[in-house]
Design a protein around this ligand. Structure first.
Ligand code: CP3
Length: 344
């Protein structure tokens, strides 16, 4: 059970071939997902364990990937804290609570995961039975900073002006919010691990919008606290931040097993920066999947060649797969990893 190649690669042990999975691997680029979405909205899929489990398994069956990632969203625990959440076809997530004063933070709950998000843990339990022997299951959470960005901005953002205004002008309110988010993330990840998640990934997607010193002051200490308070048993942790190059010297000080690198930084350089004690994940540009299969093969080889400088490597994209991607091109990518990846 513990000899899945993904788990071995997380522990920096030799693997029979490079493991491969894809961020956002269950989603709109798959016709079988779109078919289910015709009948159910996104949040209903997330909150119905049998459906969430079915969607989780779709890309495993189609591509034979080396890991399944729980079908859910990083904003699920934010809704459980008492922030109204909607998903809009064009605008993406919309969060309905302003955080401008301390009383706004005070009104947020620190939810008990088994009570307020039981569907997540139930989905994990169904998946562990369904996936047994096929693939390990990755659980996840947003990082406190990234979750704060969605709450404060009320959704996705371009320049994060509301977030930075609060951070710089009302640090005590910002820190009170971060403290609540940190406690929420700790209990949520611990509940996922207790339910059976075999790896967890922390999506601190928007950390890369900060200067290194602001990251160290306003985000890193909260991520560190999350990691220190996980009851992980032997569950490895993967850290993802988009646009992470400038932050790698700080990120590598976190007690994580794997650093997921976006596509901008060549993996050989990332390996040098991260050092021999971290495994690396990544990092093909998701838009490379819009090129012809021969070109995809070439680029996969390039990523794999550079990854030889890392002590261990999990192949992935540098960020989530994009909805217009052709699944045939994903097959070409996976096939190339199988063909050219590390061998024992
Ligand atoms: O990786 C997986 O397949 C597991 C499921 C997963 C989803 N979202 C499903 C999803 C995971 C791990 C996430 C993480 C997530 N969600 C992040 C961090 C990772 C990243 O990609 O940066 C963020 C920032 C979110 C917030 C979010 N959820 C946004 C901004 C959006 C809208 C943009 C979009 O792609 O539609 C979502 C919606 C979302 N999350 C969808 C899926 C499959 C699309 C929903 C639909 O079917 O309409």
């Amino acid at each position: 059970m513990t000899d899945y190649r993904l788990l071995k690669a997380c522990r920096r042990e030799p693997v029979d071939r490079t493991p491969v999975w894809i961020m956002r691997q269950a989603g709109r680029y798959l016709p079988e997902y779109r078919k289910l979405r015709e009948a159910h909205d996104f949040l209903t899929l997330c909150k119905t364990p049998d459906l969430a489990a079915e969607v989780t398994i779709q890309p495993i069956e189609r591509f034979g990937l080396d890991a399944a990632i729980l079908f859910s969203d990083i904003l699920i625990p934010v809704e459980a804290m008492g922030v109204p959440l909607e998903f809009h076809e064009q605008k993406g997530p919309l969060l309905g609570k302003q955080i401008r004063a301390m009383r706004d933070v005070d009104s947020l709950k620190t939810p008990d995961p088994e009570e307020s998000m039981p569907f997540v843990m139930e989905t994990i339990r169904i998946l562990r039975r369904a996936l047994d022997g096929k693939a390990p299951l990755i659980g996840f959470s947003g990082g406190p900073f990234t979750l704060a960005s969605y709450i404060i901005e009320g959704g996705s953002s371009k320049n994060f002006i509301l977030l930075k205004t609060l951070m710089y002008q009302a640090p005590e309110i910002y820190r009170a919010l971060m403290d609540k988010l940190t406690r929420t993330v700790i209990s949520f990840l611990n509940a996922q691990i207790a339910a059976g998640a075999q790896v967890v990934q922390i999506f601190d997607t928007w950390a890369g919008i900060l200067t290194r010193s602001d990251y160290e002051e306003y985000a890193l200490p909260y991520s560190r606290r999350v990691l220190e308070e996980l009851t992980r048993k032997d569950v490895p942790v993967i850290h993802f931040a988009n646009d992470c190059a400038a932050l790698l010297p700080s990120i590598k000080t976190l007690p994580v097993d794997v650093i997921s690198v976006d596509w901008r930084l060549p993996l050989d350089e990332a390996a040098q920066m991260a050092g021999p004690e971290k495994a690396l994940q990544g990092n093909m540009d998701p838009t490379m999947l819009f090129s012809p299969p021969e070109k995809i093969h070439e680029r996969v080889r390039d990523v794999l060649l550079r990854a030889e400088k890392a002590s261990s490597h999990i192949f992935n994209l540098g960020h989530g797969i994009l909805p217009p991607t052709d699944p045939e091109h994903v097959s070409a990518m996976v096939e190339a990893v199988h063909r050219f990846g590390r061998k024992l």
